[in-house]
Design a protein around this ligand. Structure first.
Ligand code: NAX
Ligand code: ADP
Ligand code: K
Length: 497
């Protein structure tokens, strides 16, 4: 698992390392600059003529130290300082003094066309407002230049906690980040601006010396290998029974995708509770599942109660619609199910009027809203979530006492505890109808096989994204459809299981 930090957290770690541990700031800076230097050499960046653009803070000071190292290696380098001298940090003043003694060249407003590589040391994690004026003009110039661009710590203009572009931002080919990758280059748009990200250990203390109220991780492919477990002696009972309540008379596809995806995740049995109109389609397309059909004006309470008793886990929502019948189904499940529950799609759209029942539900719940559903459920706007994705996901998970999977290009998963997860697998090809239904099936499949809710959620979202990445590799992001994710889920589990 990889850990991420916000700029505020990073500053706490810097401060702790310098003040409590006693490593001088200039020592950290020397290592920071050296790690950027090493990346530039290792990645064979064109170093015929380098420009280092520096702001007035310690990100700029890193830049001046780097310029000195390049200069001492006989690489032709110029430094341009953009910041106001009256705002220079102590370290910045020291670095300039040292560099001048080594005769590093300081320049002003030279054309960027003569440089083969530009280093962005304008703002680091200290960026705290929109970029404007001369900085904005310079960043636009960098983005238009032909040179390769290396960002120090984080591309200037990217909010270190959210990835938001604050006015404008440097578009880098490489970002060398110190100690931890910043959340700002994990979330979009920052992830696109950062290019290739390398994390350099510069001697800053690692957690848990400092305990944050929330720690942020990503669950990776190699973690899957450790977590996935399938008992060779198992039978279809031990691999779990899923009850899926999904699909109305218009939307058999959603039920099919979720049910099929649960089966392709290795679950023992799946039963689908769905509308009678689907009788002619679903068993033909998915004969491996069992079915219970209900008519227009009923929910078949007796059969449903039996199925709820039979199942190990229950899923409700994909393609269910939001009419009275769907509402009655959700109410019945919340009242009478005694199993872990996954609520998705229309199940979430109906939940707002059933929050009292949700509160009383005594078994684990995973909810999987995309941001529109999150917004309807919470009353918060999508913009609110984008400003504080980690905190708001965790807060809502805590409020409803559920595991919450907030689906976006970077899905955030939380259960109200100390650890929040940001998924980094997947791609834009997954922004296609039915992708979410597939995820619901994967989550049900993992839950039924006995993984704890938070584990099932982080593993499932990671698998879903990896399946998307395989699909993109084979079919392309334009042509891939949700059904492909099911096929590749099987491949992902086969390779990593
Ligand atoms: N000793 C340390 O503290 C270390 C710091 N390091 C570097 O220091 C950076 C953090 O340094 P700082 O905290 O000094 O902050 P930065 O250098 O990131 O920037 C802060 C400066 O920019 C100004 N500023 C912020 N937003 C602005 C805007 N939109 N327009 C114009 N000016 C703006 C601030 O007023 C301040 O002068 C890290 O990203 C990292 O590169 C590393 O060298 C590791 C060690
Ligand atoms: N750009 C993207 N990068 C990675 N994953 C994405 C991207 N866009 C969408 N996804 C994923 O695809 C799924 C879409 O789910 P959802 O919005 O519920 O779709 P649907 O309702 O059509 O099934 C989510 O798991 C989401 O995280
Ligand atoms: K920078």
């Amino acid at each position: 698992m990889r850990e991420f930090v916000s700029g505020t957290q990073m500053k706490q770690l810097d401060r702790y390392t310098i003040q409590e541990i006693g490593i001088p700031s200039l020592v950290l800076m020397e290592r920071a600059a050296r790690s950027v230097y090493d990346t530039m050499i290792k990645e064979r960046l064109p170093l015929k003529k380098v420009l280092v653009l520096c702001g007035s803070g310690n990100n700029g000071a890193d830049g001046v130290a780097l310029a000195r190292m390049l200069h001492l290696s006989n690489i032709s380098v110029d430094v341009e300082i953009l910041g106001n001298p009256s705002h220079f940090t102590t370290e910045m003043k020291q670095q300039i003094e040292i560099a001048k003694k080594y005769q590093v060249a300081f320049v002003k407003n030279k054309s960027l066309s003569e440089y083969t590589t530009i280093v962005d040391a304008i703002f680091g994690v200290g960026l705290d407002r929109e970029v404007g004026g001369g900085y904005k003009e310079k960043i636009k110039e960098i983005n238009q230049a032909d040179a390769k661009v290396v960002a120090v710590d984080i591309p200037s203009g990217i909010d270190s906690a959210t990835g938001k572009v604050l006015g404008c931002a440097v578009c880098a080919d490489w970002t060398v980040s110190f100690a931890y990758e910043k959340l700002g280059t994990v979330f979009y748009e920052g992830a696109e601006y950062a290019g290739n990200v390398r994390v350099a250990d510069i001697g800053i203390v690692k957690m848990p010396e400092i305990c944050f109220p929330i720690s942020t991780y990503t669950f990776e492919e190699k973690d899957l290998k450790e977590k996935l477990f399938r008992r060779e002696s198992g039978n279809k009972g031990t691999f779990g029974k899923v009850l899926l309540i999904a699909g109305n008379e218009m939307t058999s596809g959603a039920a099919l995708l979720s049910a099929s995806s649960a089966l392709h995740t290795g679950v023992g049995m799946v039963k689908v509770h769905t509308r009678k109109e689907n009788r002619a389609i679903l068993p033909v397309q998915l004969p491996e599942a069992m079915y219970c059909f209900y008519g227009k004006k009923e929910i078949k309470s007796e059969a449903l109660a039996e199925s709820l008793e039979w199942a190990d886990v229950v899923g409700i929502g994909p393609g269910l619609g939001t009419n009275k019948q769907a509402e009655a189904l959700l109410e019945f499940v919340l009242k009478y199910s005694k199993r872990p529950l996954v609520i998705d799609a229309d199940g979430l759209n109906l939940l707002k009027s059933k929050l009292d029942l949700l509160e009383k539900y005594e078994y684990p719940v995973i909810m999987t809203p995309h941001l529109g559903e999150f917004s309807r459920l919470s009353g918060l706007s999508i913009k609110d979530w984008k400003q504080q994705p980690i905190e708001l996901t965790n807060e809502l998970a805590h409020r409803y006492n559920v595991t919450l999977v907030c689906k976006d290009a970077r899905t955030v998963i939380a259960d109200g505890g100390q650890n929040v997860y940001v998924n980094t697998t997947g791609n834009s090809g997954m922004a296609t109808a039915g992708s979410g239904d597939v995820l619901t099936g994967i989550l049900l499949g993992l839950l039924a096989q006995g993984y704890a809710p938070l584990d099932a959620a982080v593993m499932g979202v990671c698998v879903h994204g990896l399946a998307g990445d395989e699909a993109a590799k084979e079919k392309g992001k334009y042509a891939m459809v949700a059904g492909d994710l099911i096929t590749y889920t099987g491949d992902v589990l086969k390779k990593r299981g």
